[in-house]
Design a protein around this ligand. Structure first.
Ligand code: MLT
Length: 205
């Protein structure tokens, strides 16, 4: 997969897996990742699917209607890519924390839905429920931060609540932030994500 890897100065820090929104690229979330943890290694990936020229991580049939077969395939492909990247770049596969926005948050959630050890944790900006009717793996010990918009027209609040319930039901620890900036990735939710990250992963350092 097309990607950027940047080796961080702190090898004990989580490895930040960056997953952009629809129409984005592997460049989009670099600034945010560095703001959240300037010392962490970064693996930023571009989605392999194109929708009218816009990169995505899986196909959709319509706005908010996902192609589930493709979602499953792409989730597996991304998980394998992270495995390979860990080998190639020599990072700790068990310390990957995703930062995803919108479509990227949805594939990050799908990684957690399908594979117990795909992610150590995740920061999900404006996610939806990637798919329903799946028996989730035991996610105890996984830490998840979700930022959502009460008035988000693309990711309705009900979706966020359902996703939070599913992840918590599988044992994940969850923090949920509600804002009123629609589908925007706001400055304040990035600050809240940074605060959560420091509390979760940096409290001993
Ligand atoms: C998706 O397709 O994953 C969601 O509808 C959000 C987006 O537009 O990326």
């Amino acid at each position: 997969m097309k990607h950027i890897y940047e080796q961080g100065t702190d090898k004990t820090a989580p490895v930040l897996l960056l997953l952009h929104g629809t129409g984005g690229t592997e460049q989009d979330l670099l600034g945010i990742a560095k703001h959240i943890d300037a010392e962490a290694s970064i693996l930023s990936v571009r989605g392999n699917v194109l929708e009218n020229g816009m990169p995505r991580f899986f196909r959709r049939l319509a706005e908010g209607v996902f192609d589930i077969e493709d979602l499953k395939l792409r989730t597996e492909e991304l998980n394998e890519f992270i495995d390979q990247a860990a080998q190639q770049y020599g990072f700790d596969r068990s310390k990957v924390v995703a930062i995803g926005y919108s479509n990227g948050a949805n594939i990050a959630a799908s990684l957690m839905f399908h594979y117990q050890d795909a992610l150590m944790g995740a920061i999900l900006h404006h996610p939806m429920v990637p798919l329903r009717g799946l028996q989730l793996p035991d996610l105890s010990g996984k830490e998840v931060f979700i930022a959502a918009g009460e008035n988000d027209p693309i990711c309705p609040p009900q979706e966020t609540k359902e996703l939070a319930e599913l992840l918590e039901g599988a044992g994940a620890s969850l923090e949920l932030l509600w804002e009123r900036y629609g589908h925007q990735l706001s400055r304040s939710e990035i600050e809240a994500a940074k605060g959560w990250y420091n509390k979760t992963y940096k409290s001993n350092s």
